[in-house]
Design a protein around this ligand. Structure first.
Ligand code: NAD
Length: 335
């Protein structure tokens, strides 16, 4: 069987990781990535053997910077079957006409609005909804982290309501322009935050309200979750359920912070030290007066990467069963 031809438009934090994850699968391949500047990431892409494309007006600058460009972004999408748009939030929507003109399928990331694709995706929550679709949006890192715990809880016990407090990293580690560097910022101040409604784009029936703050850290997000469930259950029941989920990892063994989780990722020789799973402190899982509480760490740079792979597989109808796609992706990536 020939491999599905995938293009990556926007080769930054998310794009470079999706490209590497696609390359690890046996049913899809990278036919090109697009870069706007001849920086260190472009050099690594060359080293990885990816064909480099650029927006037409940037090709000269790329060539002058020593990066041989194979063609324009239009050329790239013209030779792909599906494009994963990993440009910054708000830029991706401008590319929709280009993808429609080329007649190819497209995946956008969480920085775009749900309406752009009409289908917001999380593999363990609504894989079937993306089967054969032309346009899909893989929800943000925080929403992915929330969906991965809410959907099994809902299937097993029924979710009456979720209340989530998100303590968000201020910037990614390589981002030198954002802050704060010495403050805690309620973000947004006007409540609730957009994360609860974003979960509803995947699971419309869930009653969820979220609030969020930005912290001077770059490593991970930390979620404090509280849920009321329909059926009575114990903390052990919830632990047993989470232990069976393919993208949940329990952390303990002396790990008491997001910093130590990231250190674990590096010690495990994960690429870039990535921690693709939700990292739940199993010790924190508590039922108090009938309600569930726990903490989880979410590695913002990487948790959406396997979800993009599953979205490609669903849209290209390479696999009709979500659990089988998740297992295949996990095996290829080493999750
Ligand atoms: P990024 O800034 O790290 O990377 C974006 C890349 O796109 C850069 O290399 C930039 O040069 C390139 N680019 C900009 N304009 C372009 C254009 N017109 N054509 C082609 N390339 C262009 O951004 P990111 O963090 O990877 O975010 C990408 C998307 O993923 C956003 O929607 C974001 O909300 C979402 N997302 C980000 C994170 C995260 O923590 N970084 C997590 C989950 C989802």
């Amino acid at each position: 069987m020939s491999k599905v031809k995938v293009a990556i438009n926007g080769y930054g934090t998310i794009g470079k990781r999706v490209a590497d994850a696609v390359s690890q699968q046996d049913d899809m391949e990278i036919i090109g990535i697009s870069k706007t500047r001849p920086n260190y990431e472009a050099w690594v892409a060359v080293d990885r053997g990816y064909a480099i494309y650029a927006p037409a007006e940037k090709i000269d600058a790329m060539n002058k910077g020593g990066i041989t460009v194979a063609g324009s972004v239009e050329d790239m999408v013209g030779s792909a079957e599906i494009v994963v748009d990993c440009t910054p939030g708000g830029i991706g929507e401008k590319n929709k006409a280009l993808y429609e003109k080329a007649g190819i399928k497209a995946i956008w990331q969480g920085g775009e609005e749900h309406e752009l694709a009409g289908c917001s995706f999380n593999a363990s929550s609504n894989y079937e909804e993306a089967l054969g679709r032309d346009f899909v949006r893989v929800v943000s890192c925080n929403t992915t982290g929330l969906c991965r715990v809410i959907s099994p809880l809902d299937r097993e016990f029924g979710v009456k309501k979720v209340r989530a407090t998100l303590m968000r990293r201020a910037a990614d580690p390589g981002d030198i322009k954002k802050g704060p560097i010495n403050a805690i910022v309620p973000n947004p101040i006007k409540l609730p935050s957009h994360h609860g409604p974003d979960v509803k784009t995947v699971m419309p029936h869930i009653d969820i309200v979220s609030i969020a703050v930005k912290l001077p850290t770059t490593l991970m997000h930390l979620h404090a979750l509280n849920a009321e469930l329909d059926k009575d259950c114990s903390a052990e029941d919830v632990k047993d359920l989470f232990a069976k989920q393919p993208r949940i990892r329990f952390v303990g063994q002396g790990i008491s912070s997001t910093a130590e989780i990231m250190e674990l990722g590096k010690d495990m020789r994960r690429p870039r030290g990535d921690m693709w799973e939700n990292c739940i402190w199993d010790e924190s899982i508590t039922i108090y007066e009938g309600e569930l509480y726990f903490f989880q760490g979410i590695h913002q740079e990487s948790d959406v990467i396997p979800e993009n792979i599953d979205a490609i597989r669903a849209m290209m109808e390479l696999e009709s069963d979500g659990a089988r796609s998740i297992a295949k992706t996990n095996k290829a990536m080493g999750i």
